[in-house]
Design a protein around this ligand. Structure first.
Ligand SMILES: Cc1cc2nc3c(=O)[nH]c(=O)nc-3n(C[C@H](O)[C@H](O)[C@H](O)COP(=O)(O)O)c2cc1C
Length: 322
């Protein structure tokens, strides 16, 4: 099975809409930290998503659905209509997708009002029918997975929802250990993930609030899982993924693994890293967005000095000066 093998530990880069875009995926997978990435969600609303939209939004599809470092990118779709989700998944496969993930966790009001994401956590039977429709629509060799929160407002909902996703044919599920109502407020609850891990016969990926090796170890213990997904922690503490891999007994993933992150917060130490990022990321806004994540966990001490700069080259010049 592509992406995730039952019994083999894995570390996955979370989908983060507006953050983990193709340039970021190209960059971060050069560190060897991740076994696969999940694309930002692609929304299925009034019509099935056509092939060209998948190709535009996930340019890796033109390269075997892998980043330049050879790390697979799974396509994530979001929506509430089984037929349109199934047709969209078929279009994604025609565009080159190697697998499909279904988003049942997005808390955004616009998405929820339009019958997608976390709102579906209130309807276990719909989770099953959406997963089944997508599963039946794509070739059996391509995995279909689901990403869930613990519930919409009731964290107990995960138990029924997880069983329904499995019954619908999910090859694995990822659980973000919070309800929709809990949004992103810490903590994440990993123990209920453990109950699901022990109940289902498919793999369960544990996700939420892993910012340090200590968090990871507690998450591993509570979730009883060997599969983990890193979101904001992957940006704020980019060296963490390799530390976790070591703990899991995993070698760096992909070809090359030529990106290392400095232990020092000073600007000069990071200049080379940002220069490599600028090779793939044209947007200085996205560059500053990443710096803000680094700053949020005190990984760097120079955010205040670059936040007002207006171009990538100014940022790089500034980093070299300090
Ligand atoms: C800015 C942002 C965008 C996100 N976009 C998506 C998305 O497109 N699809 C999805 O399934 N989850 C999305 N998530 C949720 C993350 O994948 C992840 O489940 C969540 O951030 C918890 O993990 P973390 O604590 O490691 O960040 C997003 C989260 C953030 C903060």
């Amino acid at each position: 099975m592509l992406y995730l093998k039952p019994g083999t530990p894995a570390l996955i880069l979370a989908p983060m809409e507006g953050v983990t875009d193709a340039p970021f995926r190209a960059f971060i997978t050069r560190s060897g930290g991740f076994d696969y990435c999940v694309s930002e969600f692609i929304r299925v609303s009034g019509h099935p998503v056509p092939e060209h939209v998948f190709r535009r939004d996930v340019p890796e599809l033109a390269h075997g659905s892998k980043t330049a470092a050879g790390i697979p990118v799974q396509i994530q779709i979001l929506g509430g209509d089984p037929g349109r989700m199934a047709e969209s998944a078929q279009n994604a496969v025609r565009a080159g997708a190697l697998g499909i993930d279904i988003n049942f966790g997005c808390p955004a009001p616009t998405v929820n009002r339009n019958d997608g994401g976390a709102t579906l956590l209130k309807y276990p039977e719909r989770i099953e029918s959406i997963v089944r429709a997508v599963r039946d629509a794509v070739p059996a060799a391509l995995p279909v997975s689901a990403k869930l929160r613990l519930g919409f407002d009731d964290p107990e909902a995960i138990h029924e929802n997880a069983k329904r996703a499995e019954a619908g044919g999910a090859a694995w599920i990822t659980i973000h250990g919070r309800t929709k109502t809990q949004g992103y407020i810490p903590p994440a609850y990993w123990k209920p993930i453990g109950v699901v891990t022990r109940t289902l016969s498919i793999p369960v990926v544990a996700n939420g609030e892993i910012w340090s090796l200590e968090d990871f170890k507690r998450c591993r213990e509570d979730s009883d899982s060997i599969h983990f997904m890193l979101g904001r922690g992957a940006l704020a503490v980019p060296g963490l993924a390799l530390q976790i891999r070591k703990e899991l007994g995993l070698e760096p993933a992909g070809s090359g693994a030529d990106l290392r992150f400095p232990d020092l917060p000073g600007a000069r130490a990071w200049q080379e890293v940002f220069r490599k990022y600028s090779e793939v990321q044209p947007s200085e806004k996205r560059m500053k967005q990443w710096a803000r994540y680094l700053h949020s966990r005190n990984t760097i001490d120079w955010w205040d000095r670059i936040k007002g700069l207006g171009s990538t080259s100014e940022i790089l010049t500034h980093l070299g000066q300090r």
